[in-house]
Design a protein around this ligand. Structure first.
Ligand code: SF4
Ligand code: SF4
Length: 426
């Protein structure tokens, strides 16, 4: 597909501005009624989902030119998908996220690139990860753990660590905790170690389709060779890319793809994960965009008039991973759950996605601070989430903005409650 293939979606926009709001029947208060960080921050229609579709259509029709200023508007957006979900409540025929993705690919094809994103892609090409860390150090997080080498052995679960977890020194113990929970339940886990590469999802989101396809091919061939029937990742971004983007690129993995919260939920239900230790805390849960509305695949592409498309073939955000993380939280002995106002498919973004963290860090920080305000308003004592990018964004923002709210990865809470020992790196 190309941008021009979505002309009908762009022309169909009625400019009702519903894409800027949580659907009206879901609004709990005026303070947290809006859903789009971009329009909230910049307060001009061009910075909304609708505005970007109007920009795209205008460029295609030769009424506007794509220049540096326009590209900056295009990229001041987290690709969080909230506009698409809100629009779908009212409209059957607009796939807004697809237009936003195609517009970015169009920017790259046209040479309108952001230098910060070029740096990410350069790092990716050099070291196979979006953080630019040395490739040969990618597997160091797993030192001393009894894991299989997926490059040479078969195993039950193919574990994809992802870029952020593999290299972020604050999050490596979380990742070690994730595989330790699986090992403790008797699951055979394999990793690619230093040979693991980025899933390619961030490159796709930035508009670099060729790089994204190469990384998808790399992972696809590894999964095929491993013979694994289940791939588990703890990264919400990675989950969305493997579940949603890969099939869009014609590179569907030949195995079940699960987020760690889904796998742990199964272990819990089967009695193989026992949470015994008390965590007497009132938590609120942040739905990562990529685990929720952005993790929902289209069941198939629709070729005809979208107004006639069956409801079941729309990607409306409702089939994201919402229940499993909440079941895990509720299963923590002594823990309570206080929900925020915007949850599930209507959740507010953490601010880090879509290349915003790299190119517009002040906007990322503002977006995360908004969410932390909402978390505090819930009355919770701590925030839990299930994505390394969200954890990083919230911890950094809380410390920079002086917001007193502890931020936890659900994995760490499960490790503590299970009382398992996670060996220190050898
Ligand atoms: S994108 Fe959808 S919700 Fe937004 S203005 Fe257009 S029709 Fe309305
Ligand atoms: S994807 Fe998110 S940030 Fe971008 S326009 Fe839509 S709601 Fe706004």
């Amino acid at each position: 597909m190309a941008l021009a293939d979505y002309k009908r979606d762009m022309e169909g926009c009625s400019r009702c501005s519903s894409c800027k709001w949580v659907p009206f029947n879901q609004i709990k208060s005026w303070r947290f009624a809006k859903n789009c960080p971009s329009i909230c921050r910049y307060n001009f229609h061009a910075y909304s989902g609708s505005g970007r579709m109007i920009i795209a259509n205008s460029i295609l029709e030769g009424r506007s030119e794509l220049n540096e200023a326009v590209a900056e508007i295009v990229y001041r957006c987290q690709l969080c998908g909230a506009c698409d979900t809100a629009c779908k409540v009212y409209r059957d025929d607009i796939d807004l996220t697809e237009v936003l993705l195609e517009l970015r690919a169009f920017c790259v094809e046209s040479g309108e690139l952001l230098v910060e994103h070029m740096a990410v892609i350069d790092a990716l090409k050099r070291e196979d990860n979006v953080l630019g860390e040395p490739k040969e150090r990618r597997g160091e997080w797993a030192a001393g753990l009894p894991l299989k080498d997926i490059n040479r052995e078969t195993c039950e679960v193919f574990f994809h660590a992802g870029c952020r977890y593999s290299y972020d020194p604050d999050l490596r113990d979380t990742l070690r905790g994730a595989v330790s929970l699986l090992l403790d339940a008797g699951v055979e886990v394999g990793i690619a170690g230093a040979e693991e590469s980025c899933c390619g999802g961030r490159a796709y989101e930035l508009g670099y389709r060729g790089e994204a396809a190469n990384y998808a091919d790399d992972l696809l061939s590894r999964v095929k060779a491993s013979g694994a029937r289940t791939l588990v990742t703890a990264c919400a971004d990675g989950y969305a890319h493997l579940r949603y983007l890969y099939p869009r690129m014609g590179k569907e993995l030949p195995c079940e793809v699960l987020h760690i919260t889904q796998y742990l939920d199964r272990l819990l239900a089967g009695g193989r994960l026992r949470l015994r230790n008390s965590l007497p805390t009132l938590f609120t849960y942040h739905d990562p965009c990529h685990l929720g509305r952005m993790g929902e695949p289209f069941l198939s592409d629709w070729k005809g008039d979208k107004l006639e498309r069956p409801m079941s073939l729309k990607r409306a955000g409702r089939k994201g991973v919402y229940e499993e993380p909440r079941r895990l939280l509720r299963a923590l002995p002594g823990a309570g759950l206080a929900e925020m106002e915007r949850i599930r498919e209507y959740a507010w973004c953490c601010g880090a996605g879509g290349g915003v963290l790299e190119a517009f860090p002040d906007f990322a920080l503002w977006t995360a601070a908004e969410r932390l305000e909402e978390a505090l308003a819930s009355g919770a004592e701590a925030l839990a989430t299930a994505c390394p990018w969200c954890v990083r964004a919230f911890r950094d923002t809380a410390s920079q903005a002086g917001i007193d709210l502890p931020v936890y990865d659900l994995i760490d809470l499960a490790v503590t409650a299970a009382g398992i020992s996670v060996p220190a790196p050898a």
